[in-house]
Design a protein around this ligand. Sequence first.
Ligand SMILES: *Cc1c(COP(=O)(O)O)cnc(C)c1O
Length: 352
Amino acid sequence: MAGLIERFSHRLPVSPETPVISLEEGSTPLIPAPALSQTIGEDRQVYLKFEGLNPTGSFKDRGMTVAVSKAMEEGSRGLICASTGNTSASAAAYAARAGVPCWVVLPAGKVATGKLAQAIIHGARVIPIDGNFDIALQRVIEISNSEGITLVNSVNPYRIEGQKTVSFEIIDELGHAPDSHFLPVGNAGNITAAWRGYSEELESNRIPIPPRMMGCQAAGSAPIVSGSVVENPETIATAIRIGNPASWQGALQAVEQSNGTILAVEDEEILAAYHHLASREGVFCEPASAASVAGLLKRFHAGLEICPAGGTIVCTLTGNGLKDPDLAVAGTILPDPVDADLDSLRKAMDLS
Ligand SMILES: *Cc1c(COP(=O)(O)O)cnc(C)c1O
């Protein structure tokens, strides 16, 4: 399957002159979730848009292919970002592909090497600075302006453009728009982008009505829900641990125009959804990704409107479970060995 730019060139800000830097991102599976559908009942069908199967393991690749292709078209010297997570991993991979350097600037002391391993293996240059995250972001903005290096943090407008393609794929696959679309919200770029995709489909009469956009923030970092910046955001779902979302207005617009909502889910609810997805649906996602399913289940159990009977619900799973091995490993208890004879094995297997 071709990459996004090839497949959706007429709907993206590219021209035949744009050099395409692609890792064949997108075309991720829309996986039916029978166990969830059964829980929700009333013949409603739940699907998982598994963005963890993008080349670097998250939806960030959709935006990155467009951002990096445009950067190369504009003669950029390289890429820069302030990110510890999936943005840096994606930027590093696309920089490697484009043959340009990638710098990742971060607050010293707050750098978890595990999370950066992916960026480093793709050859990104990680620079810890003495300063907090806001200063790191400020510096990368300044350097990108003065040095002809492309900033690929979520403020890069091409990222939203690339990310909107997820909605095109969902509509293509279902043959119609879902009734509700649940997704995790951190910087809120993804909900802004998905809504832009649906809005464009609406404008060109490819769908009669768009889905309700249901954004899910972690309770410990839910500025859009509370209406004020969170100074010290906390949640196990690190990819959405954001106290002052860059695309706050975009998220508000998405929920207002689609008659949707932004809700908060507790870490326990996120973890329950994370385990449910892995053990019942066979889909292993990042903790942050499970916020979408946690939000769906929370509204269902609270008796709130989720989707009409017989309708369709899509939950975006933003990243791959292998991104956060520490959490998965922390819950792993290896049992004591048993004798090697068949009877002992049968007993250990609970077959007797
Ligand atoms: C970036 C990211 C998010 C948050 O997306 P926003 O566009 O910042 O709202 C959620 N989950 C994962 C896995 C991510 O990488």
